[in-house]
Design a binder for this molecule. Structure first.
Ligand code: ADP
Length: 559
């Protein structure tokens, strides 16, 4: 057996090809690239336009069951599956999200895949990469600064400082910044008001980057962003503050997709990174559509469980991007299903077939949900070293009994070789698929109707409760005529419900909506449920405590 190496050790042992050579594989020349060193590049809009005449490749979406705190291997599977397609002679390209520094230094560590299925150079991708997160943070905070400056300079728009919606952001888990008072210090420091920070990936700017078609569309969306109410209760936009042009300027490079390579030199576009619990959870439409032009098959992911990431992929990203996956892979792990069946984290190493059988209800619900969207589904069991034969056989049998094709997924240990069974199951399904795009709801339904459908059909709950404030916000949006947009639910990732402790496939629960806000730039309505927070905190021992760098610049502990 091979020794078990950490993600970063495998990454550091892998020889990289110059990114110009990776680009050549998909018909891009050095002129099509804007190089960020030898191994990273942005793809120019001229190149993207040139590729428009090519036919679209097939799209595969990778999603998962409700995760345990460590993540279940979606990114890893996305990368491994694309490598597997390539090994089988089908040109495949990855389209996935950029990591945020919050989880990198918090609980999870890096987010560039794992084992022998990673995107490289993983250190760069996990840290500052090509600066997109910085650009998004700056753009967001330029708008925040413009609001307070407008008020300070005479407040011509009569912004109600008690009703500023726009929050500042930082790409860091920092609970101390959730609620604060700004503008203290006297006349030259502006007007004091309550303010809040979110993590950058929750910013509407991130959503705009991920949903915009091009720079012009991005600029128009920037102008439409709602920032505050005025004293008469009317909405104030970024356009009225006169900074939409400058915001687009800051984003001029961030909007271009980033090209890197996997551990097996498969081309990968890593672009945009909203979380799926507090935002819409998918990489940029630009990158996904480009991957479909670059390869015969594009493999992309949606964050967290299929209740969050995949639902939003189908109802938000596909709707705006006019795309549709030809097949969906649901990643499941024995250990997470055992947790859904009642096993404590500390006992996961021990075989427990009974708990696995009980926890299967969670996977079954996600399979049923993907069928609602009318796409072929395959389960990929991400094998961990601690899984026993009896557990793997049980899970395989449960899937077969449920009528869903299932394959073992060894992409972590074997790279693309370990994904061939999954790829071979997918190929005939993708060939056959001719089903129309089938979203869950019509945008013209009311906000409560749309949410009711998500909660009852996808989460398996009884219904939705709008708290007093949220009820008022819904009425307000209806009065403004801004309610006919898709809904982006902010909810815990750990449960199908809005209560992180309800594992498995809970029933008879209600989802409580506490806050409803409109993202007029992104084009959706965010409904915050349960106790979800848009600025995470660090755990007792953050991943950051394990990281180090030596005098030669070698990094350790980045997973
Ligand atoms: P997700 O996308 O679901 O959040 P990732 O693909 O980012 O999950 O993987 C999270 C972590 O789990 C990574 O460090 C990865 O190396 C590790 N991991 C994934 N699959 C396996 C596996 N089969 N065995 C051991 N570790 C794994």
């Amino acid at each position: 057996m091979k020794p078990v190496l950490s993600d970063i050790e495998i990454a550091q042992q892998t020889e990289l090809k110059p990114i110009t050579e990776i680009a050549e594989q998909v018909g891009l020349t050095a002129d099509d690239l804007e190089l960020y060193g030898k191994y990273k590049a942005k793809v120019s809009f001229d190149a993207i336009r040139r590729l428009q005449s090519r036919p679209d490749g097939k799209l595969v979406l990778v999603t998962a069951i409700n995760p345990t705190p460590a993540g279940e291997g979606k990114s890893m599977t996305t990368i491994g599956l694309a490598q597997a397609f390539n090994r089988l002679g089908h040109k495949a390209v990855v389209a996935m999200r950029e990591p945020s520094l919050g989880p990198v230094f918090g609980i999870k560590g890096g987010a560039a895949g794992g084992g022998y299925s990673q995107v490289l150079p993983m250190e760069d991708i996990n840290l500052h990469f090509t600066g997109d997160m910085h650009a998004i943070t700056t753009t967001n905070n330029l708008l925040a600064a413009a609001i307070d400056n407008h008020v300070h300079q005479g407040n011509e728009l009569r912004i109600d400082v008690r009703r500023v919606i726009w929050k500042r952001v930082l790409d860091m888990n920092d609970r101390a910044l959730r609620n604060l008072t700004i503008g203290l210090g006297g006349k030259v420091c502006g007007f004091p008001r309550e303010d809040h920070f979110m993590i950058t990936v929750a910013s509407e700017i991130m959503a705009v980057l991920c949903l915009a078609e091009d720079l012009e569309d991005l600029k128009q969306r920037m102008a439409k962003i709602t920032v505050a109410y005025d004293l008469d209760g009317n909405l104030v936009t970024a356009g009225q503050l006169g900074v939409a042009g400058a915001m687009a300027v800051v984003m001029k490079d961030a909007i271009k997709p980033n090209l890197v390579q996997t551990t097996e030199q498969t081309p990968a576009l890593v672009h945009g990174g909203p979380f799926a619990n507090i935002a819409h959870g998918c990489n940029s439409v630009i990158a996904t559509k480009l991957a479909m032009k670059m390869g015969e098959i594009a493999v992309t992911e949606a964050g967290f469980g299929a209740d969050l990431g995949a639902e939003k992929f189908m109802d938000i990203k596909c709707r705006f991007g006019h795309i549709k996956p030809s097949a969906v892979v649901i990643v499941a792990t024995v250990r997470a299903l055992k947790m859904h069946g009642g096993v404590k984290k500390a006992d996961l190493q021990e075989e427990n077939v009974k708990a696995l059988e009980a926890g299967f209800a969670n996977l079954a619900k996600h399979i049923e949900n993907m069928r609602i969207f009318n796409v072929p589904v395959v389960v990929g069991i991400n094998r961990f070293l601690s899984d026993t034969d009896a557990e793997l056989e049980t899970l395989t049998r449960l899937c077969e009994d449920y009528g869903v094709p299932v394959a073992l997924n060894d992409c972590w240990a074997e790279g693309g070789e370990g994904g061939k069974d999954m790829a071979n199951l997918l190929l005939p399904l993708m060939e056959k698929d001719a089903s129309p795009y089938c979203p869950l709801y019509d945008v013209n339904e009311t906000i409560p109707e749309k949410l009711e459908k998500i909660v009852t059909r996808i989460y398996g709950g009884k219904g939705v409760i709008f708290e007093g404030k949220a009820q008022k916000q819904v009425k307000e949006l209806e009065a403004f005529g801004l309610d006919k947009m898709p809904v982006c639910v902010a909810k815990t990732q750990y449960s199908l419900s809005d209560n992180a402790d309800l594992l498995g496939a809970p029933e008879n629960f209600y989802v409580t909506v506490k806050d409803v806000r409109v993202c007029t730039g992104a084009g959706f309505i965010v409904c915050e449920t349960g106790n979800i927070m848009t600025m995470p905190g660090l755990p007792k021992v953050p991943a950051a405590n394990r990281m180090d760098i030596d005098e030669k610049g070698n990094i350790t502990g980045l997973f």
